[in-house]
Each structure stands twice: as C-alpha cells, then as structure tokens.
Design a protein around this ligand. Sequence first.
Ligand code: FE2
Length: 279
Amino acid sequence: MPKPILSYTYDKNDTTLLELVQRHVGAVETTADTISFMMNNKATLNEEIVAQLNALSSTHKILSHGVGLSIGSYSGYSEAYLALMDELYQEVPLYWHSEHLGYTTVDGENINVMLPVNRNDECLAMICKRVEQIQKRYPIPFLLENIAHLLPDYNCIYSEAEFLNAIVRNTGCGLILDVYNIACDVHNFGFNMDDFLAKLNLDAVKEIHLANGSIYKDKMMDIHSRAVSEDVLQKTKEIIPSLKNLEFVTYELMPEAIPSMGYVAIEQELIRIKNTLEL
Ligand SMILES: [Fe+2]
C-alpha cells in the first residue's frame, strides 16, 4: 500500500504560506466557495489563487472540497456552487472533488450552519441520484464527508455507517473520513466511534480530514482553528492501517485562523502530523 499523502487547505491568497506549506505536503485542498467573490451579482473565482493552484499542479495534487453544494436540501442542490465548480474544473487540473453529506439551505435560504440529512430511504434515493448527476457532470472521482452533528439526531432508519455504505454501494463514490467530526459527535452526543468504524465500508475511505476547534457551552465545535488534538491524531494513527485505499490526509485550517496560529505553528503542525502518521 503506497503511503498516504499529506494535504493542507489552501483557501487564502497568501503566497508566503503557500511556499512554506508546499515543502511539507504533496497536495492542497481548495474550496471553490471560499476562493470566490461576488462580481456583477455572480460568484467568480479569485484569479490569483487559481493561477497559484495551476502553477502548483505541476508538482502537487490539487483537491477540491466544497461547502456550499447542499446536496441534502430537499429543494435541490446549489446551482450557484456548481457554477463555481464548473469554473474550477475548467481552470485547474483537479485530482478529485468532494462535499459534505448535509445541507446548508432550506427552500433556497442559507441557514448559516451545516446539518445532517435524515437517513431514510427517500433521502437515500435523493442523495444517490444527485451524486450520479455530479459524477456525470465532472468525470473525476467524487467523495462525500461525514459531518458533525450540532443537534440531536433524527429518528433515522439507517445508522450513520449503513447510510454511507448504501450511498457508496449505489453510486461508487468515495468517502472522506473526518476524524475530528466524529470526535465532536463522541464528545457532544456519546457517539460510538468504534462501532461506526467497525460497520463502515473502510475500503471506500480515500481521504482523512484532521482539524480542531473549540469548546462552546460544553459542546465541541466543528471549527478548523487549532492544532489537532493528541487524541484525534492517535486515533487516526490507529485507523490508518485498516484503510487500504487511503490516498490523502488533509489538515484543515480555516483562513481566519492563519494569523492567530501563525506560519511557524502551521509548519510545525504539518511536520507533527507527517511524523506521527508516517506519511
Ligand atoms: Fe472535514
């Protein structure tokens, strides 16, 4: 099994940071929504970041990871996000693209939070149909990511693992396993991580996400603002040998956290992850 490649989120026009991180990673993950801005009432990608990603693509893999697709919205997924994805797909050679299994809009209104879908048959059919549409639109692999729950779960027919497995079985899409998101669910709702991992189709996991956030009113929040906790890193180390198709481990840090964390700490964190996980 080839060693997984370390990857880092790159969503801010910051060439100093890019030069620093590219020495430690083999891939960068960018978010079309985050590197875009509004022009003439239409979202468009930041040209400078696109040029930087293009230049980097000769030596590094470029992954796309969206947040605004809202694949789980009953009223339909976001065409505005797909327009951005169209632009990114045309402009930058992408290795693959991914999104979260959740929704951020209801009846077209942004709810400013990402919520998980109700895991029933109706929703399964809806998600699978949309995954297939996306796979036809972009002939590169598409992955879905498990998200953290902010609210107690629905009374679902399928467990988290069963639902992800069914989507993979029906569509052939891959999975991103966000270990920090699972850690949030363990902390906030007593989610059973070992049971989830025992039931999940681990062969479908092609990427791992690592992050850390903060505790707010006893709840662990899915904010990508800090160095990865030792618990999450050690759990990831334990899981990796069972992921035979794992290609990337991405350290997620939101652009707003870069000044407070600082370049030196970001570089140290990449080295720490790489050494601990033997990437
Ligand atoms: Fe993630």
